[in-house]
Structure formats: C-alpha cells, structure tokens
Design a protein around this ligand. Structure first.
Ligand code: GLA
Length: 380
C-alpha cells in the first residue's frame, strides 16, 4: 500500500476503534539486510537498508492502554504491569514500560497500527512497530528522545520485555535508514556510515515463517556465547567473535567442537564480507557486491545452518536465471530472499525464479520490489 494510503487507513482505523481523531502519528520502515547476518550480537558489522514498506501508528492520550490493528477487530486493552501474552501488543507495552522507566509520564494511550511490512518474513516488522510506537508515544508525552535513545527504547522493549535477545541492527536501520543509502553499522563500536545504494532490490518470499522467541535464534546465540568462551582460552583478550582474525581459525579449531567452529567461521567470514561489500559499493562494483551475497548465503547454509530448503532453491534458481546476487536475509529458517539483478532484466529474472520454484514446490512465491528508503519520522 502506498504511504499516503497507509496513513489514511491508520487514521480511519483510529477513528473507528476509538471514536475520536488521533493527536499525532509516527512511522518507521521495515529493513532488509544486504550483508552481515548474525553478526550484530557478535560485535560485528551489518549492512541493512530501510525498506519503502512502513508501519504507521496513530496515537492519542487516554486513561488506559488500548491498541487497535488492521489485522484484528476491535481494540485490545492492556495494563503496563502485566507480563507478555504472546500478542503483538506486547511490543507496544514493552515500549510504554521503557519510556516510563526513562522518566516519560504516560498515564494512558490509544493507538492504532497500520503496516505494509509483512510479519515474520525477516523484514523486521517488530522493529518497525517498536520504533514507530516509541517515536509517537515520546512525542505525545512531550519527551525528547535522541535517535540513539529511540533505538535503545525500541531494542529494550523487544529484548527485555518481549524476550527476544536480538541485536540492535533492526532498530538502528529503522531509525537511521536513508533513501538511496545502505547503512553500515559497526555493532562493536556503535559507528554508523551511509554507503551509496541506489536502484531496486527484489524480495522473494520463501513462504516459511519463523518464530524467534525461544527458537533456533536463541539457540544460535547460546552457541556463539559458548564459542566465545572457548576461543578466549586461546585468546583471552578477545572482545567478541567478530574480532577473531581469519588467520586464527585453524588454531582455534582445537578449542572448538566442529559445530561451534563452523558458527565462528560464519561470523568471521561474514564480518569480512560486510567490509568488502562496503568497499565494493563505494567503488560501484555491483558484480562483486552480488558475489558476496551468494557467498554469504553459502555460509548461512553450511556454517550457520540458518537457511531452509525453499530459500536454498530460490538462491540456486536466482543464480541460474542471471541474478547478480541472492541471499536469505534476516534471522533465517524461512522468510525472504533478497535478489539483486540488472535493472533491465530484473523482472524477467524474478518471473523465471518464480516459475522454477513453482515447478519444485507447487506454489508461486510472492515477490516485491523495493528500494532504500527513509527512517523513522513523525508524520505531519
Ligand atoms: C534478527 C534480529 C537481528 C539480527 C538478525 C540476524 O533480525 O532481530 O538483531 O540478529 O536476526 O542477522
């Protein structure tokens, strides 16, 4: 849905659910990560773009906490002293609690959510929700949050309240993404740099959905923590897995069971791919950049084991059809594959992948075209 249509739908929803006009609205984008997967909780760099798909929240002051969304009838009523319920409104309550903890007085709020970010597809619908809520609610309470504080509130809502121990990539992309730019974010130092990234990306949905809470994602985090402890036996000064020099991998093998050695190899090679990818984009070397995506996917499949058959099939079909690069993006185990292709042949390539996938799986995967867009904002 186009941005204006989304804003109108959100405003109409607020009116329908609460019988009044909202005081204000804020929005934040989903993101697609070009390179740097599972590096953000290992002290490494990431390279996402903000998508042209957004979540818009309209909000107004109230005496309790009531939230409405386009995907279910009516409004859900919540209390801020209750625990998470496994419902989307947990993300909103998480934000309210973080803002209150930050000294922001929010006696109550009515809020309506409209979004064009597909949920569970690895496009960071949850950060689009937490960041847009944090921006709207802070403004409603007359509280000034710096962009970094906005990232922090949104991240803690998800990590501490909802209970997904994610890194900070998604919230950072949703706040700092810019049109025509990819965002290089060094999670070890907090440094950010915008890198030129013009043109379209194509997203193909594997159709598989993942659940992050208590799932494979958490399992990988635990494996990486264990791998870091073991690597420190050989390198006590090691700050994070991303700091392991590539040349030290064979030596560290002695301290690591095979599976953990492969996890470390993914983090180390993926860290190198982001750095090389930034360089390739700055020099306009799109073909080399695309190769890094293919290599990144191989690493996710073999070393991090966070891919799935459907995503592997899409990547293989993409290579055969002439895409310059393709890779599963986001947490993994399903979700979306990003495809890079020359502008003039991209549509034909996508159709070819869809047809090949349909022959293998008996269904046509959904495809979207997107481009690097802007971060969170208060809507006028
Ligand atoms: C999810 C998390 C991010 C990041 C990616 C994997 O999107 O929210 O913090 O770890 O997975 O790169």
């Amino acid at each position: 849905m186009a941005e204006q249509g989304l804003r109108q739908a959100g405003k109409a929803l607020f009116h329908e659910a609460f019988g009044a006009a909202p005081a204000l609205a804020a929005s934040a984008p989903g993101r697609v990560n070009l390179l740097g997967e599972h590096t953000d909780y290992n002290g490494g760099p990431v390279l996402p773009i903000a998508l042209d798909r957004r979540t818009v929240v309209h909000a107004g002051r109230a005496s309790g906490f009531r939230f409405a969304s386009r995907f279910e009838p009516g409004a859900v009523e919540r209390r801020i002293d209750e625990g998470p319920r496994g419902h989307w409104s947990d993300y909103v309550i998480g934000v309210v609690r973080e803002l209150v903890a930050a000294g922001c007085a929010i006696p109550g709020v009515e809020l309506a959510v409209a979004s064009s970010v597909p949920a569970g597809a690895g496009l960071s619908s949850s950060a689009a929700l937490t960041v847009s809520c944090a921006a709207a609610l802070a403004r409603l309470a007359g509280h000034r949050l710096s962009p970094v504080e906005l990232v922090d509130v949104a991240w803690r809502a998800e990590a501490d309240y909802v209970g997904v121990r994610c890194g900070r990539m998604d919230q950072t992309a949703a706040v700092f993404g810019r049109p025509g730019k990819a965002l290089e974010f060094e999670t070890g130092t907090g440094q950010r740099r915008l890198v030129p990234f013009t043109g379209s990306v194509h997203l193909l949905d594997s159709g598989l959905r993942h659940v992050l809470v208590a799932g494979e994602y958490e399992h990988r985090r635990v494996e990486c923590e264990e791998a870091l402890r073991r690597c420190r036996r050989a390198m006590p000064e090691l700050a994070s897995l991303a700091d392991v020099p590539a040349g030290a991998l064979p030596r560290l093998g002695r301290f690591l069971p095979r599976t953990l050695a492969r996890r470390v190899r993914h983090v180390v090679t993926e860290t190198a791919r982001v750095r090389e990818g930034v360089d390739a984009l700055q020099r306009g070397r799109r073909a080399r950049f695309g190769e890094l995506l293919f290599a990144g996917h191989r690493s996710l499949k073999r070393d991090f084991e966070s891919s799935c058959d459907e995503a592997d099939a899409i990547v293989a079909l993409a290579r055969k059809a002439g895409a310059t690069g393709a890779r599963l993006t986001g947490a993994g185990w399903g979700g979306v594959v990003i495809i890079l292709a020359p502008e003039r042949s991209a549509e034909a390539i996508v159709r070819q992948i869809q047809a090949g996938f349909a022959r293998q799986y008996g269904r046509v995967p959904q495809a979207w075209r997107s481009r690097a867009s802007g971060g969170a904002r208060i809507e006028g």
